[in-house]
Design a protein around this ligand. Structure first.
Ligand SMILES: Cc1ncc(C[n+]2csc(CCOP(=O)(O)OP(=O)(O)O)c2C)c(N)n1
Ligand SMILES: [Mg+2]
Length: 540
């Protein structure tokens, strides 16, 4: 078996049967091995390496399963790097297969095609695990170690590199089945303490981050047992169904944070809470995180539990009944408070919410919405109802333009049976608009909605409000987006209001053999920022 064949075999042994990729001479033999794997390995080729990496990210986020992409070294790696960075900051299990110059010349600075100084060093800073495959015999073990690191503890990306002349080297190779996932031992004393603290709390609250996405059932049960509101903003949305009156986003979450006596934080950095909303001694924090380093970065918690959130929560659920005080239902009170905030949000950002209502009205319960750093994205984070985990994908703290369309393509490719809709601005969409060709070539039935205000609208508003309307570098010249889509052979629609958007979306979601772009021409939207950056409610 060649090293390339051993890598393909290794990926298949780990359930990775699709690779998002862009070829080039360093990886020719890897592609040859993928060709030989036939139907077992699906290759989705993109038009730019960032597209390949964002697609792998979207596939991982939509499924929670490891995914992979392959690109050439140097420029190929760097082109993919914003997506790889995002995979790191979103704890997404993405495997980056990166080519290399001839093995014997690595580090000799001879200026080979696509050579980059210290590629291994660059990758080491971008991912949790990286290795260079030097011999075919090493490949199965390195694939297994890479995947184990991607799914153990705090998940995240990994990278394997292989030189142009090593992919084709052949040897007798022993297959390596998946290595056992590394899980820290759960601290039962801390579980009991957490159950006691939560059980005695008068005003408990749960805060969910991305690390809570696989613990939806447990958090739903815990919320009911404690009558605790569950805050999810961006990556924590959908863990508790938005239709439950205890499911909150910002800004009701902030109000509740001000009243809480015990907060259980699950897989969240808590940056907004500690840095914006404030903390004082009367609030006790219980933290569950896959990463022990995360607990005390900003504030020392009363109790810290490290490991898999669902497993830990099940243990807390087992221990809680004997410590839990009798609790009156909070549903009526919470429903009234939800209605009050809903009214305020609709008064403030009504135009955005009307479009979101149109989308929610057409997107089925398990449909996936991918947001982006755009006016409609900000509103979606606050007000789009999310019913299930992993059905609202928001790019975490990178908040990078260009993620939306390409990541949504990966999500839609990996989950062909549910509709995926992306929302982008005209600015963000054009970062990866070229991947419309990929969507058509691979018949990916994504619906991409582009809200076109002819501007980097967010930047423009800042210039208007804070810089005396001195506008610079924020106006945009755009293509006719409908013709743009049609020129690729995709469907293109224009919707001028929420009703037209609903109708266009209905047609788009019925089309399952290829992509649709819906352009929504818009003016400037009212600002969502008063609901996102809010003053402290504690410790002031
Ligand atoms: C990779 C990257 N570059 C730059 C930015 C800075 N940025 C944030 S929002 C924004 C403008 C977004 O414009 P558009 O996508 O049209 O959305 P709009 O605000 O107009 O709705 C820019 C340039 C960013 N977030 N990510
Ligand atoms: Mg715009």
């Amino acid at each position: 078996m060649t090293a390339a064949e051993a890598v393909v075999d290794g990926m298949l042994a780990h359930g990775i049967d699709t690779i998002y990729a862009l070829p080039g001479v360093q990886n020719d033999l890897l592609f040859e091995a993928m060709f030989k794997a036939g139907d077992r390995m699906r290759v989705v080729h993109t038009r730019h390496e960032q597209g390949a990496a964002y697609m792998a990210l979207g596939a991982a986020l939509a499924t929670a399963n490891p995914s992979a992409y392959a690109v050439v070294p140097g420029p190929g790696l760097l082109n993919s790097s914003a997506a790889l960075l995002t995979a790191y900051s979103m704890n997404a299990p993405v495997l980056a297969l990166i080519g290399e110059i001839p093995d014997a010349d690595i580090g000799r600075h001879l200026g080979h095609l696509h050579e980059i100084r210290d590629q291994a060093g660059i990758l080491k800073r971008l991912v949790d695990y990286s290795a260079l495959i030097r011999k075919p015999e090493q490949a199965p073990r390195l694939v297994a170690e890479a995947v184990r690191s991607m799914v153990s503890g705090r998940p995240g990306p990994a990278s394997l590199q292989c030189a142009i002349d090593v992919w084709g080297k052949a040897a007798a190779v022993t297959p390596q089945p998946p290595l056992p996932v590394r899980e820290p031992k759960v601290d039962q004393t801390a579980i009991t303490k957490a159950a006691k603290l939560l059980g005695a709390a008068k005003n408990p609250m749960i805060v969910c981050g991305g690390g809570a996405q696989e613990a939806s059932a447990e958090i739903t049960a815990l919320s009911a047992m404690l009558q605790a509101p569950v805050l999810g903003y961006r990556r924590g949305r959908g863990v508790l169904d938005s239709r439950d009156p205890l499911s909150v986003t910002l800004p009701l979450g902030r109000e509740l944070w001000g009243e809480a006596d015990v907060v259980l934080a699950v897989g969240s950095r808590m940056l907004i809470q500690f840095r914006q909303w404030g903390i004082d001694k009367s609030l006790k924090i219980v933290r569950i995180d896959a990463d022990a380093q995360e607990h005390g970065r900003l504030h020392k918690p009363a109790i810290a539990l490290t490991g898999n959130a669902a497993l830990i929560l099940r243990r807390i659920l087992d221990a809680l009944p004997s410590h839990n005080i009798k609790r009156a239902s909070r549903r009526a009170d919470m429903a009234a408070r939800q209605a009050a905030w809903d009214k305020r949000l609709r008064e403030a950002i009504g135009p955005q919410i009307a479009f979101l209502d149109a989308i929610r009205g057409e997107l089925p319960e398990d449909g996936i919405l991918v947001d982006e750093v755009t006016q409609m994205g900000f509103a979606a984070r606050l007000a789009f109802p999310v019913y299930r985990p992993r059905t609202f994908l928001s790019p975490g703290y990178q908040d990078n333009l260009g993620w939306g369309f390409a990541t949504a393509l990966g999500a839609q490719d990996a989950r062909r049976n549910v509709p995926v809709v992306s929302i982008s601005g005209d600015g963000g969409f054009m970062f990866t608009a070229n991947e419309m060709a990929t969507a058509v070539r691979h018949r990916i039935p994504l619906t991409a909605i582009v809200f076109n205000d002819g501007a980097f609208g967010n930047v423009r508003r800042i210039q208007q409000e804070r810089f005396g309307n001195r506008l610079i570098a924020s106006d945009l010249a755009n293509p006719d987006f409908v013709k743009f889509a049609e020129s690729f052979g995709a469907a293109g629609e224009r919707a001028r209001n929420p009703d037209e958007l609903g109708a266009a979306l209905r047609r788009a979601l019925a089309r399952r053999d290829g992509p649709t772009l819906i352009e929504v021409p818009v003016g400037s939207f009212p600002s969502p920022w008063p609901f996102i950056f809010m003053p402290p409610v504690r410790g002031v």
